[in-house]
Write a protein that binds this ligand. Structure first.
Ligand code: ADP
Length: 631
């Protein structure tokens, strides 16, 4: 199985977190240890100073009294008293008593007494007090025994009479080198204890039994630091050293040694009843008072130092961690920014590429379009050429048609002229000049009608290029009406004209007249054989496209269906020979186109003019000052 090593928390791999945690715990442990060691070392230094101080104060405090028993022992009256033994006079006893009282008062000790060889106190500073030592036997006290045996004795004990604890110094009283008794001084340690009492600290003096005899903690007094053997207990009882009390062992737990003179131990806390506290315990020998002087220093300060160190390390780690997180985030942000920039650049490149591709495609499309334009132009040219060819062919066809028409139209009069001429010659030969002249007159008429025909042809062939101007429709219609006035009257035609006054169109005046004359002529032809002869000429106001609709309608039979499709082509006619060439509408439509207008024809299907023909011309209204040049 593969372990996923890419687990990340806040972007930091798991192993880095684990390493940081290990580093933190290591550093914290080291810092706590270091702080502890330093603090305890400092405490040990303080303890050493304290011990120095206590030892010095013991020395100075007790040293003052050390020589006192020896001085008392050298006193003549004392030696006399002891030398006299039971025979001593009351005077000498009194003298020694008062001497001891004075010495005791001057030195500030608890009591000074003189003891005979049997251990009986025979004189004392408190000789006149109720709890006087006089008469008490102290033979069982080690200080007395030691003084007789070794010259001096020293002992800490509780007074059997007074019940007050005190330190006893004793010295042998000699006469000729032989001990005859002892002098003893008892000191109070209350002042010492009071002076030593310091907050958070316990100071004590331990005697040779391992029993605390001086202590700033009253409850610990006369307790032992180590168990006392049964034999020793018996001895203690016998010497009544602690006024017959059994010595209990102080309930403490010894911990690790710190150095040769210091160790850690847990003691019942005298400041907090029921609790135990750890102390740094230090001791040093103190021969003046007993066995040793000992001091207990609270390690709370060291614990506090540890907490501070832990807090410092934790704080430092937090700051470092935050900085690391910040650095990681920043690095990631920079990386992301770079990535975004790369992506942008890529997108840009892609865009540029796309633009280039599109541009290329557009250029290609453009080129294709150019080619297409060229191709189209070419096609157009071809078309135009073809059109021209078609037009040419059309023209040829028209020409053919025209030639056929003309041949037909001209052949008849020519044949007639030929015949008339032949006949005229015959008349001349027969000498009938009148007939001959009549024939010649008929020939002249035929030639005239042929001239009319060729005249119409000329009009058809004329180029319709004109310059257009504003022409009054009313005027053009009035002109046509004038031309046909006699016919209208003779044939009884009703001609209605409704054209708004001032109605003008873009045209050429004489050509417009010709157009209207042609259309009116056809209408008159159409109505001639009808029983109702009505012709209506009308024009409307210009429409929104500036067009003027001009109409001419008649009550005639209408345009023959076979003619309607070819109405504006030349030589299309239904009229009998000699009455029409079929060129009128062809010319009319060419002229109208020349105006830029459009002509159309239809047969009316309803209204009073039902079945008649109606011709409509869409003129450009001459409403503006525009001048348009025709083709
Ligand atoms: P033409 O008058 O010489 O025949 P047009 O070109 O003027 O030549 O007319 C061609 C033909 O159109 C006429 O022969 C006639 O059949 C028809 N046409 C023209 N105007 C009318 C009209 N108002 N009513 C009926 N037919 C007409």
């Amino acid at each position: 199985m593969r372990i996923n090593v890419r687990v990340r928390i806040r972007g930091i791999p798991l192993w880095a977190w684990a390493a940081a945690a290990a580093l933190y715990f290591g550093a914290a442990a080291a810092a706590v240890e270091f702080a502890w060691n330093r603090a305890i070392d400092a405490l040990a230094e303080v303890g050493a100073h304290r011990l120095d101080l206590y030892a010095a104060s013991l020395k100075s405090e007790l040293g003052r009294f050390e020589m006192m028993p020896a001085i008392v022992a050298r006193q003549d009256s004392v030696r006399a008293l002891l030398g006299a033994g039971p025979r001593a006079s009351p005077e000498i006893v009194h003298e020694v008593d008062t001497y001891l009282e004075a010495v005791n008062r001057d030195a500030g000790s608890l009591a000074v007494d003189v003891i005979d060889l049997q251990g009986e106190v025979i004189a004392a500073s408190n000789w006149n007090q109720s709890l006087s030592f006089v008469g008490t036997n102290v033979s069982y006290r080690p200080y007395f025994k030691d003084a007789l045996a070794h010259g001096t004795g020293r002992f800490f004990g509780i007074g059997t009479n007074t019940g007050m604890p005190g330190l006893y110094f004793a010295s042998a009283v000699r006469d000729a080198g032989k001990p005859i008794g002892a002098a003893a001084v008892k000191l109070s340690v209350d002042a010492l204890e009071a002076a030593w009492r310091a907050p958070g600290e316990a100071a004590m003096v331990i005697d040779s039994n391992g029993v605390i005899v001086i202590s700033t903690v009253p409850a610990w007094k006369f307790t032992a630091l180590k168990p006392i053997t049964a034999d020793r207990q018996r001895e203690i009882q016998a010497s009544r050293q602690y006024a017959g009390r059994t010595v209990d062992v102080l309930a403490y737990r010894r911990g690790d040694d710190w150095s040769g003179t210091a160790w850690l131990g847990r003691f019942p806390d005298w400041r907090n009843k029921g609790r135990s506290t750890q102390f740094l315990v230090m001791s040093r020998p103190a021969p003046q008072a007993g066995d040793s002087v000992m001091v207990l220093l609270d390690v709370a300060g060291a614990r506090h130092q540890q907490q501070l160190a832990l807090a410092f390390v934790t704080g430092a780690f937090l700051i470092a961690g935050l900085y690391a997180l910040y650095a990681v985030q920043r690095r990631r942000a920079i990386a992301e920014k770079l990535k975004a920039q790369d992506a942008l650049r890529l997108a840009n490149d892609r865009l540029e590429m796309t633009v280039a591709q599109r541009t290329a495609a557009l250029t290609a499309a453009n080129e294709r379009m150019q080619q297409e334009i060229v191709e189209r132009k070419r096609t157009e040219q071809r078309l135009r050429d073809t059109q021209q060819e078609v037009v040419h062919a059309g023209k040829l066809a028209v020409l053919g048609q025209m030639a056929a028409g003309l041949t037909h139209e001209l052949n008849q009069p020519l044949v007639a002229i030929r015949t008339l001429c032949d006949n005229a010659r015959t008349f001349f030969e027969r000498n009938q000049p009148a007939q001959a002249v009549a024939n010649l007159e008929r020939v002249a008429k035929l030639v005239d009608s042929m001239a009319v025909l060729t005249g119409e042809l000329k009009a058809f062939a004329r180029k319709p290029d004109v310059e257009r101007v504003a022409v009054s429709l009313n005027e053009a219609v009035a002109h046509a009406r004038l031309i046909y006035e006699a016919r209208i009257r003779d044939e009884g035609v009703q001609l209605d004209v409704t054209i708004p006054a001032g109605s003008a169109v873009w045209a050429e005046s004489s050509q417009l007249q010709q157009v209207i004359v042609n259309l009116l002529g056809n209408a008159l032809d159409a109505v001639r054989d009808g029983h109702r002869r009505v012709i209506r000429i009308a024009a409307a106001d210009p429409d929104e496209r500036d067009r003027v609709l001009f109409t001419i309608a008649d009550s005639g039979p209408g345009i023959a269906p076979e003619v309607l499709a070819h109405l504006f082509e030349p030589f299309v006619t239904t009229k009998p020979r000699g009455h029409g060439l079929g060129l009128g509408l062809a010319i009319t439509s060419r002229i109208v186109e020349g105006f830029g207008a459009r002509i159309s024809a239809t047969n009316l299907v309803d209204g009073d003019m039902r079945s008649g023909a109606q011709f409509t011309i869409e003129f450009a209204a001459a409403t503006s000052q525009r001048v348009v040049h025709g083709r």
